[in-house]
Design a protein around this ligand. Structure first.
Ligand code: 5AD
Ligand code: SF4
Length: 493
């Protein structure tokens, strides 16, 4: 069964190590501009199909766009049909155990397909590949996988794929330490919204989180490269751009030759002619006054701030190593609300962190009510191997964790319902994203504050920004009617 695991791996076998990933190098990050797909690899995918399954966050979604870009430059075409695919890649997420379980479940399904069609190349990439325990488990229990590569090895996809074709061994290339920044990777973008990476990695080391190990140290793209990409997307007619980083507020802190922060970047981007700019994710500790000042000028900077709090208890925050207190967080929220009164705040919360008492959980509930978040991603704590919290006693019983999650979600639903009710009768401008899932006559759109709006209208409005009057509000959705606009008043893509 594990023949592949025991054989001598080729030069491509580089097993990952979370411990090595933690050792932050002092060496400067190099930026490489010379990326290209070697000419001899360009025809490799001619007449063949690929499929990529993406799990997890927007960073992963965007990495998938990069891999699609490379595959299409090699001649591959996309398919959604597993039976048709010659290459299937699973771009994985390691943030919680259930994310990993889904991937192992999918690998179980793909085993039969691989047995039917041995020429199929099956690859696993993304955050799970950065964990040694995962690579070991795949090589032992799923030896039919052909290729494993890490988050720092994405630009090597063409070479790795070629190696996987010709090798009888499982090809594994996972660099534990971050690579440099590679510019000019191709990207396959679709629709009217685009993601742009502004930085990679995270140095915060919250005690529960695997990301600083799987994504490496914080490294910012040079401002001129980010601005050039945003300008190019603007020229191509994209209506909305979301700037991505695990902790966007740390942008620029790694520049040794330049005093340039995330606020400065947002200021420069606000001058580019793109209707909507968003960003995610923020860390409260690094969210500074300069950024608040720039955001308060609004324009194309949306008044939606995703500001993960994780817990409302200073004691728990300390054990999470979040580096702020409940009071500091509330102060920051106060500042934001004074500067941008109609700002909508959303958050991430973990319940059942090791040692969390009922009182400490209630502090989370009271903070949520005080801030009046519009919505939240809420999670039950899940221990991640190699993180400091994994060696703390996970002493909150499972049913207590589930109960806390339910109580928190009830409060969140109530807050969201109230916030939506306040929109009744308002006229808001929305970006029309597409048809709604269940009814092609109904369009699905987003407000500046990222609220979901459904209204009746023609497909021609997709990709445009239009005014809608809110006529009905529900807990997670508001409905409205199109307000007729003067001809040519709004820009089409
Ligand atoms: N368990 C539960 N939730 C987690 N998150 C990160 N790590 C864990 C973990 N080990 C949540 C945090 C983070 C979001 C992306 O996922 O709330 O903000
Ligand atoms: Fe994880 Fe904390 Fe970094 Fe966010 S800031 S990616 S939660 S370590």
């Amino acid at each position: 069964m594990n023949g592949k695991a025991e054989k001598d791996y080729s030069q491509y076998f580089q097993p990952p190590s979370l411990a090595d990933a933690k050792k932050r190098g002092k060496e400067e990050i190099q930026v490489h501009y010379e990326f290209e797909i070697p000419p001899e690899m360009r025809g490799l995918g001619e007449g063949k199909f690929y499929m990529i399954r993406t799990y997890g966050c927007q960073m992963n979604e965007h990495d998938t766009e990069t891999m699609k870009g490379m595959l299409e430059m090699m001649g591959y075409r996309a398919t959604e049909d597993k039976q048709q695919a010659d290459v299937i890649l699973l771009n994985t997420c390691a943030i919680r155990e259930n994310a990993e379980d889904k991937v192992f479940g999918e690998l179980g399904h793909l085993k039969a397909l691989k047995a039917e069609r041995p020429s199929l190349v099956l690859g696993v990439c993304g955050c799970m590949s950065q964990e040694e325990s995962v690579v070991q488990r795949i090589s032992q229990k799923h030896p039919f996988v052909d290729l494993i590569f890490g988050t720092h090895n994405i630009h090597r996809l063409p070479q790795l794929l070629q190696e996987a074709f010709f090798s009888k061994e499982m090809v594994v290339e996972v660099w534990s330490k971050e690579g440099d920044i590679i510019e000019n990777l191709p990207k396959k973008r679709e629709g009217m919204r685009a993601w742009v990476n502004i930085m990679y990695g995270c140095d915060k080391f919250c005690t529960y989180c695997i990301v600083p190990y799987t994504r490496g140290k914080e490294r910012s793209r040079r401002p001129q490269d980010v601005l050039a990409e945003v300008r190019d997307l603007a020229r191509r007619g994209f209506q909305e751009i979301t700037l991505l980083g695990q902790n966007v507020n740390a942008y620029g802190k790694d520049f040794e030759d330049l005093d340039y922060t995330f606020g400065d970047l947002m200021d420069d981007i606000s001058k580019i002619d793109v209707p909507r700019i968003r960003f995610t994710t923020s860390h409260p500790r690094d969210f500074d006054d300069r950024l608040i000042e720039v955001l308060s000028r609004k324009g194309n900077l949306m008044e939606h701030i995703h500001l993960p709090v994780q817990s409302g208890s200073t004691e728990v925050l300390k054990r999470m190593s979040r580096k702020y207190t409940r009071e500091r967080y509330l102060e920051l929220v106060g500042k934001i609300k004074r500067a941008i009164p109609d700002a909508i705040l959303t958050t991430d919360i973990i319940v059942g962190f090791p040692g969390e008492t009922e009182e400490q959980f209630e502090e989370t509930l009271s903070l949520v009510r005080e801030v009046q978040f519009d919505s939240a991603f809420t999670f039950i704590y899940s221990p991640r191997e190699g993180t400091p919290a994994a060696s703390m006693e996970d002493n909150v019983p499972a049913e207590v964790k589930r109960d806390r999650l339910r109580r928190l979600n009830d409060v969140m639903a109530e807050l969201s319902r109230q916030s939506n009710e306040r929109m009744q009768g308002q006229v808001v401008d929305v970006l029309v994203e597409g048809e709604s899932k269940n009814n092609p006559d109904v369009l699905s759109a987003r407000t500046r504050t990222n609220k979901l709006v459904h209204f009746r209208g023609s497909r021609e409005l997709i990709g445009r920004i239009v005014d809608v009057k809110i006529t009905e509000t529900q807990t997670w959705l508001v409905k409205g009617e199109l307000v007729e606009q003067p001809e040519g008043a709004k820009q089409a893509i």
